[in-house]
Design a protein around this ligand. Structure first.
Ligand SMILES: [Zn+2]
Ligand SMILES: [Zn+2]
Length: 188
């Protein structure tokens, strides 16, 4: 297992390292399914773990006020999300997908309730031989799978798509008979 943690963004212009005590590794990330993490990252869940030191020097990164208490930090060139800093709890989380060195063992799923139906925790039930627990919110009550209901599609159903700040917010409607007549190659 590595003893150094290193983040590397997609374009490689930002990199942050730390050498935590061996007892701090492996990191124990969870998958956060909260609405903010899903819409703020575009992923079905956000895998992150506490950075084993205080917020490092993030002057090369761009800050975004994710919520009243949380700032996120990302590469100003390629947009890779690196840190998620909870100022109130004084805990900085690192995005596991941004780590290029380090060791980690996935711990559990949190805030599963926000997905309403369990989201991708229904499929990602274990990593290796370890079963991942699912929590309704954060380490409080276990999420109980109610079973996904058979979904009856209705003609007027729309799929809403929006980013965290809702600067991008649109709806995808159902295809109609007219949609099939399009001559663009995207729909053929
Ligand atoms: Zn970058
Ligand atoms: Zn979250």
């Amino acid at each position: 297992m590595g003893t150094t943690l290193k983040t590397t963004c997609l374009c490689g212009t930002t990199s942050i390292t730390c050498a935590p005590p061996a007892s701090a590794l492996p990191l124990l990330p969870n998958f956060c399914h909260c609405t903010s993490c899903r819409h703020g990252t575009g992923g079905l869940a956000f895998p992150a773990a506490p950075w084993p030191e205080a917020l490092p020097d993030v002057s090369a990164l761009t800050k975004y006020a994710f919520s009243v208490n949380v700032d996120t930090y990302f590469c100003p060139t390629c947009g890779t999300l690196i840190f998620f800093n909870d100022k109130k709890k004084e805990i900085c989380h690192v995005a596991i997908g941004a780590l290029s060195e380090g060791s980690w063992e996935f711990k559990d799923h949190i805030c599963v309730e926000d997905t309403k139906d369990g989201g991708c925790s229904n499929w990602l039930t274990s990593v290796g031989s370890k079963t991942l627990k699912r929590w309704r919110k954060i380490d409080d009550v276990e999420w109980v799978d109610k079973g996904q209901k058979e979904y009856a599609r209705k003609e007027k159903d729309e799929l809403r798509v929006h980013c965290l700040c809702k600067g991008v917010d649109f709806r995808i409607t159902q295809p109609t008979a007219e949609s099939g007549k399009s001559s663009t190659h995207y729909l053929q």
